[in-house]
Design a protein around this ligand. Sequence first.
Ligand SMILES: NC(=O)c1ccc[n+]([C@@H]2O[C@H](COP(=O)([O-])OP(=O)(O)OC[C@H]3O[C@@H](n4cnc5c(N)ncnc54)[C@H](O)[C@@H]3O)[C@@H](O)[C@H]2O)c1
Length: 342
Amino acid sequence: MTLRIGFVGVGGISRRHLGNAAARQDVEIVGHADIRPERARAAADKYGGNAYDHCTRLLDTEKPDAVVICTPPDAHGDIEEACAERGVPFFVEKPVAVNLDLAARAKRAVDRSGLVTQVGYMYRFSHGVQKARELLAGRRIAMVQQHFYMPGLPPPEWWPYLERSGGQLTEQATHMLDLGRFLCGDVVAVTGTQARVRDWRPRPDTPEPGGLRWTADPFTIPDTTALTLQYASGALGTLSCSMVPGTAWDNGFRIVAEGLIVTIDGGNVSWRGQEEGSVSAGENWQSYVLYDFFDAVIEGRPARVPYDEGVRSLAISLAGHASAAQGGTPVDPRDLIRDLGL
Ligand SMILES: NC(=O)c1ccc[n+]([C@@H]2O[C@H](COP(=O)([O-])OP(=O)(O)OC[C@H]3O[C@@H](n4cnc5c(N)ncnc54)[C@H](O)[C@@H]3O)[C@@H](O)[C@H]2O)c1
């Protein structure tokens, strides 16, 4: 079987997925939809398929077997509903939305349709993380220490706006928060504090760190966030994220469990205690999440990170924002989901 795939939103991250999709013999890329038609045209020229300026035109003309959605965090809801109405399975990049109202619309449509869905939480699939999950199963976990540091501001124009990106906590640290859920279970309370440490206003001769931006105006997001997390298991956790370092990417975990300390560095994992070892992420490991989706559609089985998982992980970031806005009152992410009747 050849899986006929459409792409919706062909900016930065779509290039990774387009390259990985093109590498599969059993996948044909049939169309690209972007509100910037020149981007859809450029993707079509490079990867084949036709260019569209709206996702419904792509869906109704090409009738793809599945769609890969790589739109910004505030551009969700309509696209997922359009896929669900037509029974088209979709892969969607994290975070599933910038707020739970948009996510709820998509989730209701997904639930009604019973579609195969996958959220792009790629860290779950690395060989190292798979090993960590095996090592932690059945052990008491005491502490889940997570961090995501990056050298500056990513290029997309929507990034410095809180209502468009959700800031680093929603857009990016969601990778770590999701991994925390995957390895250590649900979070039942979040307290948050946020700060703006740097002056991000444009200044003459400001060096740009490694392809990222170092200034923006306006800039309405915090650049530094600290969360404390309480897990349903009784474990405690923290998340630190910041855009201030200006030097290197650094994301990972330390999980303190009975008899074992597990360190996650990107997709690589090492552990020490009652036993010692390490497992690396795997070759081209960032493709695994997409390939699991393709295989799920072909085999007619659920994918491993269905849409609902994305909603639950998003709710932790939003609980962190809500807590920070309330001066640090604990917020239960499950309440945010329940309030929407999900
Ligand atoms: N998994 C990862 O490591 C990773 C890395 C980077 C980005 N992402 C996620 O991918 C998503 C996209 O990020 P990006 O960096 O590619 O952003 P981007 O701005 O570079 O690309 C988004 C594209 O979507 C298009 N678009 C916007 N609204 C649309 C709509 N309604 N219909 C069709 N196209 C539309 C834009 O014109 C743009 O070309 C974000 O949610 C981001 O968090 C994930």
